[in-house]
Design a protein around this ligand. Structure first.
Ligand SMILES: *[C@@H]1O[C@H](CO)[C@@H](O)[C@H](O)[C@H]1NC(C)=O
Ligand SMILES: *[C@@H]1O[C@H](CO)[C@@H](O)[C@H](O)[C@H]1NC(C)=O
Ligand SMILES: *[C@@H]1O[C@H](CO)[C@@H](O)[C@H](O)[C@H]1NC(C)=O
Ligand SMILES: *[C@@H]1O[C@H](CO)[C@@H](O)[C@H](O)[C@H]1NC(C)=O
Ligand SMILES: *[C@@H]1O[C@H](CO)[C@@H](O)[C@H](O)[C@H]1NC(C)=O
Ligand SMILES: *[C@@H]1O[C@H](CO)[C@@H](O)[C@H](O)[C@H]1NC(C)=O
Ligand SMILES: *[C@@H]1O[C@H](CO)[C@@H](O)[C@H](O)[C@H]1NC(C)=O
Ligand SMILES: *[C@@H]1O[C@H](CO)[C@@H](O)[C@H](O)[C@H]1NC(C)=O
Ligand SMILES: *[C@@H]1O[C@H](CO)[C@@H](O)[C@H](O)[C@H]1NC(C)=O
Length: 349
């Protein structure tokens, strides 16, 4: 056996004759060089995405798509280089994990670049539908998700108006996304098999780096379930009092458009309908904030104060200069809140 013959302290020869180094110092140098190169590549790529997400145009989409393909090729080549050069089985856990990350190239492992292109195009088209979709409540009142529809869902207490907005948004987004999304899933699942995952769900779950991820989540859910059920029953009772029992299904569900949030994921906007102890001190600080001239920037500054008070760093000047904190006029953007790392240690938006 070749393996047995060529085994030495530092070198390991695979069955196919490639020499794999087990020299950890060399590997650390490789990692440090990798770190610099890859940060630079990612910086360019994130910048291209940012330009598209904050300014949705066909041209910016093309630049983003090209950049993403370039990055995929780069990732693939680097992963191949790492695999050809090192056997990291016995490296310390930090270094070993870094190599495992380098070779985890996800969708880029596919043998078919057209698949990657299609995935990127579909992702952009889906984003665009979601970001530019409109609901017309009357001939001259057409609203996008942010801020228009969100305002209605947050503030309206009219069952039918809420229903119209909720359903209108699903028609404008989900209905138009459905066939593209189905293809998106299919394309991703085909590509991810080259990374030895059964499907994209399995790949995404791998990011949590625990073999018991599903059990962990299930057990957290089981723990939370009794409290959730009580809260749900309480909220249902109050909403029934407000809107009328007859508008609620016998299954026990609460119609999703009544929670003050487009995805029924956060219920604080309907607190006024749910106040359990009306005589207790109010926690509504809106008027105080208005009195103190709060604006968007000031809210971010206060958040920064809070996080630095618990020992975290201040935001960088780049954050204040480059972020999109307010929806701009005159162009389409993705206005859904998100946090961005530009991989240079300074630029965060
Ligand atoms: C938006 O992108 C276009 C290129 O498609 C560019 O010409 C325009 O200047 C950009 N707008 C802003 C505000 O950056
Ligand atoms: C994107 O890549 C295609 C194919 O390589 C090329 O023809 C096109 O000019 C590129 N577009 C941009 C905006 O760089
Ligand atoms: C992979 O290794 C080859 C040969 O050493 C080198 O030319 C190439 O630049 C490396 N690729 C990357 C992405 O580092
Ligand atoms: C592994 O080695 C690197 C340097 O090669 C060091 O920075 C790191 O702290 C070590 N990790 C562990 C878990 O010992
Ligand atoms: C890519 O891989 C698939 C599945 O393994 C194979 O059927 C196909 O021929 C390959 N395509 C190319 C271009 O190599
Ligand atoms: C992937 O599919 C194989 C074959 O169906 C199955 O044995 C394996 O458990 C699956 N892996 C995971 C993580 O679900
Ligand atoms: C909070 O106070 C503001 C201003 O006083 C008021 O418009 C808003 O309805 C109140 N919100 C809730 C949830 O009570
Ligand atoms: C953060 O910024 C504030 C003022 O902007 C300053 O007083 C504080 O010292 C800074 N904190 C850190 C950790 O740099
Ligand atoms: C932030 O913007 C100011 C004013 O335009 C400029 O002077 C400063 O150099 C910028 N700083 C960074 C880090 O971009």
């Amino acid at each position: 056996m070749e393996i047995a013959i060529c085994f030495t302290v530092l070198l390991f020869v695979c069955a196919n004759g490639q020499v794999l180094s087990t020299n950890e110092n060399e590997a650390v140098q490789f990692l440090s060089k990798y770190d610099a190169t890859v940060a630079n590549m990612w910086n360019g790529d994130v910048l291209a995405s940012w330009n598209y997400y904050t300014n949705i145009t066909a041209e910016n989409l093309e630049v983003m798509t090209n950049s993403s393909l370039l990055l995929s090729e780069f990732d693939k080549e680097l992963a191949a280089n790492a695999t050809k050069m090192f056997d990291w089985t016995n490296f310390n856990s930090t270094n070993k994990r870094q190599f495992e990350k380098i070779v985890d190239i996800g969708f880029a492992a596919t043998n078919d670049t057209e698949q990657l292109k299609r995935k990127n195009t579909l992702e952009a088209e889906l984003t665009e539908i979601y970001s530019t979709g409109e609901v017309c409540l009357s001939d001259d009142r057409c609203l996008q998700l942010e801020p228009g529809l969100t305002n209605v869902i947050t503030n309206s207490r009219n069952y039918n108006e809420l229903l119209e907005v909720w359903k209108g948004w699903r028609d404008a987004s989900g209905k138009n996304m459905r066939s593209k999304y189905t293809e998106f899933v299919d394309v991703m699942n085909k590509a991810i098999r080259f990374s030895n995952f059964n499907d994209t769900g399995e790949y995404w779950r791998s990011w949590y780096e625990t073999p018991t991820f599903e059990e962990d989540v299930r057990s957290l859910f089981t723990e939370l379930d009794p409290l959730y059920k009580e809260l749900h029953a309480y909220v249902r009772k109050r909403l029934m009092q407000k809107y009328g029992k007859e508008l609620f299904p016998t299954s026990g569900h609460i119609p999703a458009h009544l929670f003050g949030n487009m995805w029924a994921q956060q219920w604080s906007n309907i607190y006024d309908l749910l106040v359990p102890y009306p005589d207790a001190i109010s926690v509504n600080i809106t008027q105080k904030m208005i009195d103190k001239n709060y604006d968007v920037i000031k809210m971010y500054r206060v958040a920064e104060d809070f996080f630095s008070s618990i020992g975290m760093d201040n935001m960088t000047q780049e954050f204040w200069n480059n972020s999109m904190l307010i929806k701009p006029e005159g162009r389409d953007v993705v206005c859904h809140a998100s946090a961005w790392d530009f991989y240079n240690g300074r630029d965060f938006r």
